[in-house]
Design a protein around this ligand. Structure first.
Ligand SMILES: Nc1nc2c(ncn2[C@@H]2O[C@H](COP(=O)(O)OP(=O)(O)OP(=O)(O)O)[C@@H](O)[C@H]2O)c(=O)[nH]1
Ligand SMILES: [Mg+2]
Length: 388
């Protein structure tokens, strides 16, 4: 074969080799790409679990529920609030704190050797100073004097028994103080919380949510204080601690519409209780009181208001009675929550508000702790004052 032909053959063979090699490589690359595509199609697009949707009214966390399936994030840790039954006995000591003038006056009279006219005058003055009111004070003193004169004051234990029963009668053990949390016709119960600024509304809504969760109720919070975004944050923090969701609107939103949305969400989610926090308002500001009336009316379009609770700061004094009267005119109060009865409290206002308005004190706040709210009972309250 001529040299040229051999050369041509060699070139053709090399070209053929390069072409075949290229084809094989291309096929291999395309297979590999295809395999990659297939694998990624069967795998989830995102390795991280998606964040839980921000949704109002997630059901309260059931700590006994089955464990979450593998791969989902752990449920947020929620607290286990204290049941209602043990609270008053735990908190009773705070009622007779050293700055509680009513408790001090009562203990003073029990420790007097002789009950002369001056002692009675001092006692009377202290009771009036404790916001018991002139009428109830006069009644209590007259009745005590009579009974102690008959029974003899020499025996402190007897005097204490008389005093206890007189005070319990004043606090009126016959009033129905149960919180109505049974909604009408399968609707959630709606609890509206109102009061002047800084009395403890938001704190109390948070504490009430805990109390209801401890009773196994499902709860939804409504942040109808739209004046400050921080108010809704404060409420939401309370709810988060016990796995209770908060319905909130933008800052400056119409509080009535947020309250309505909360109740609406509560109806749709079938919760037991919707608790609505409202902004603090002075009882003598007519426009703010009108706004409160509107909130109540708008809520009632979706579900009846089961409870309207007025927060009274026990340290406010006589003004508490004035507040209660005005708020009652606008919102038809069903109960009073007396906050800050720990330490500097003047518990006598309990008697005045109940007598004057016929509205029972249903709860007392005895501290800033999460479970420092107790259902009010006349006996528990008096025993606390007397340090029993
Ligand atoms: N010692 C004591 N402090 C309390 C009690 N209840 C509430 N507080 C405190 O009172 C302050 C005001 O409480 P909030 O719940 O923010 O009052 P609010 O009525 O919602 O206030 P506004 O929304 O601004 O009107 C907080 O520092 C609470 O911790 C109580 O029973 N005892
Ligand atoms: Mg508040």
């Amino acid at each position: 074969m001529p040299a040229l032909d051999q050369m041509t053959l060699l070139i053709v063979a090399l070209v053929a080799l390069v072409v075949v090699g290229g084809v094989v490589a291309a096929v291999a690359t395309s297979r590999a790409r295809r395999r990659r595509d297939l694998e990624s199609a069967t795998r989830p697009a995102i390795e991280q679990p998606p964040a839980a949707p921000v949704e109002a009214g997630a059901p309260a966390v059931d700590e006994d529920a089955a464990p979450a399936p593998v791969g989902t994030p752990p449920a947020p840790v929620t607290e286990r609030p204290e049941a209602a039954g043990t609270r008053l006995s735990r908190l009773r000591r705070r009622l007779a704190g050293s700055t509680n003038v009513l408790a001090q006056a009562l203990l003073g009279i029990l420790s007097s050797d002789r009950l002369d006219a001056d002692t009675w005058d001092d006692f009377e003055a202290t009771l009036i100073g404790s916001d018991l009111g002139v009428g109830p004070t006069a009644e209590l003193v007259a009745s005590l004097r009579k009974k102690l004169a008959v029974d003899g004051v020499q025996d402190p234990a007897a005097a204490r028994t008389v005093l206890r029963s007189e005070l319990i009668a004043l606090a009126d053990p016959t009033l129905d103080r149960a919180l109505n949390v049974t909604g009408a016709d399968g609707l959630p119960a709606v609890v509206l919380v109102v009061g002047v600024n800084g009395t403890g509304k938001t704190t109390t809504v948070g504490k009430l949510a805990r109390l209801l969760v401890a009773e196994g109720k499902t709860v939804l919070l409504g942040a109808a204080d739209t004046f400050r975004a921080a108010a809704a944050d404060q409420l939401q923090t309370w709810g988060d601690r016990v796995g209770v969701a908060t319905v909130r609107g933008p800052e400056g939103a119409d509080p009535a519409s947020v309250a309505f949305e909360a109740v609406n969400a509560g109806v749709e989610q079938g919760v037991d209780v919707v608790l609505i926090d409202t902004a603090g308002r002075l009882h003598n500001k007519a426009n703010l009181m009108d706004e409160l009336g509107k909130i109540r009316r708008v809520i009632a379009k979706r579900a009846p208001v089961s409870e309207c609770l007025l927060l009274l700061d026990a340290t406010t004094g006589q003004n508490g009675l004035v507040q209660a009267r005005v708020f009652n005119e606008v919102t038809d109060l069903t109960g009073i929550v007396l906050s800050k009865l720990d330490g500097s409290a003047k518990g006598g206002i309990v008697v005045q508000v109940q007598r004057d308005l016929g509205i029972p004190v249903k709860f007392i706040g005895l501290g800033e702790g999460a479970d420092d709210l107790a259902p009010f009972t006349a006996e528990g309250f008096v025993d606390g004052l007397l340090g029993a």
